[in-house]
Write a protein that binds this ligand. Sequence first.
Ligand code: ACM
Length: 265
Amino acid sequence: MSYRVSVLQFEPRLLDLKANLARLERLLRDVETDLVVLPELCTSGYVFASREETESVSESIPDGPAFGLISALAWERKCSVVYGFAERDGSRLYNSCALVNPDGSHHLYRKTHLFNREKLFFSSGNTGLKVSPAKDGVKVGLMVCFDWQFPEAARTLALKGAQIICHPSNLVLPWCQQAMITRSLENRVFSITANRTGTETNGGENLTFTGQSQILGTKGEILIRLNESETKLATCEIDPAEALDKSVTPRNDAFADRRPEFYEL
Ligand code: ACM
């Protein structure tokens, strides 16, 4: 099956939900794809100075404005969309992403491994690592940014049957894009890392995001890699069925050859 997958890289405006939604609407208005992945916290920006600030740009789903925009877009463009946002659930805030499908179904993931100052504002995710059906039933695993540091995350998604790992990100350390090559090839899955660009300064903090959003094949091939600063929507065609084949040599299978009795996890 030929399946179009896309990554969107751009620079959200800090604490300006309205401007970010208008920008997303413009950037995605003409998208022709089956699945598109947007960055982590793409509706709010990243460098929060307080919990109150974080809360001011958070929303619950399915009643929040970002969810409304994304689900309308998924329906109009007939594609699945994965996007990162600040989620409010009662008194708790989560660094979440959602998969929204053209048939109106949606699936939520709350970031498992919080990075640095995120721990001041967000609760650790409690959804676990989830695999959900995207358009045409393709199995998609969701993880967010710093989850890359823990190989157990991608491995869990692959063992649960993910064909494509969707990875909304706001990367600031220099290693993830290279590390994801190994995550893809050791698990024989496609991966889509959607990173943001730009620099944010707030509350004495200053962070520069590394761009270089990428789409990787099941052998770690770089199918698409953007540069550090461009705003771009990039698309390529893949066959998701390739991720079902875990064979490495005629006598080796990346999953069947595992020896979990010798692993400490
Ligand atoms: C990160 O997890 N946003 C670095």
